[in-house]
Design a protein around this ligand. Structure first.
Ligand code: RB5
Length: 147
């Protein structure tokens, strides 16, 4: 797959590590930055990476900030982006199986690198179950749809 990465200054170092890890698994990388430790604004980088998915230039996006919260909130505002903000692998797995998450947001200040890699593994290696979950995922995209 082709994976878009985006991070702010707090997420930069973990993003660099994850880019190398994901590349070593055979995936292509689209890295929208940031590319250093200077302070930047997480919404710009979260949205830029998520937009790659919407534009068909990436299959999924991995986003990193200090907590994963701000960058995940920012990406999730884009219609069509289903961003999972998680801190352990089980939720990453279920975000794929049940929610068809197409973006993942994690926090460099709350996760060690090994845990982050396990979460990314689940996000990239797990398929969507479909069925009843497809109907529910459809409801996410339509505000006010309670069927
Ligand atoms: C940056 O200091 C920090 O606010 C940001 O990385 C993130 O944690 C926000 O949600």
């Amino acid at each position: 797959m082709r994976i878009a990465f985006g991070a702010d200054h707090a997420g930069f170092e973990l993003k660099e590590r994850l880019v190398a890890y994901v590349r070593s698994k055979g995936h292509e990388i689209v890295d929208v930055g940031t590319h250093g430790l200077d302070s930047v604004d997480y919404p710009a980088f979260g949205r830029a990476a998520a937009q790659k998915v919407l534009d068909g230039e990436a299959d999924r996006a991995v986003l990193v900030c200090g907590t994963g919260v701000g960058i995940g909130m920012s990406a999730g505002k884009l219609p069509g982006i289903r961003c999972a903000m998680v801190a352990e692998p089980y939720s990453a797995r279920l975000a794929r199986r049940h929610n068809d998450a197409n973006a993942l947001a994690i926090g460099s200040r709350v996760l060690g690198p090994g845990s982050a890699e396990m979460i990314v593994d689940q996000f990239l290696d797990t398929g969507f179950e479909g069925g009843r979950h497809a109907r529910r995922v459809g409801m996410i995209e339509v505000p006010g749809d309670s069927r």
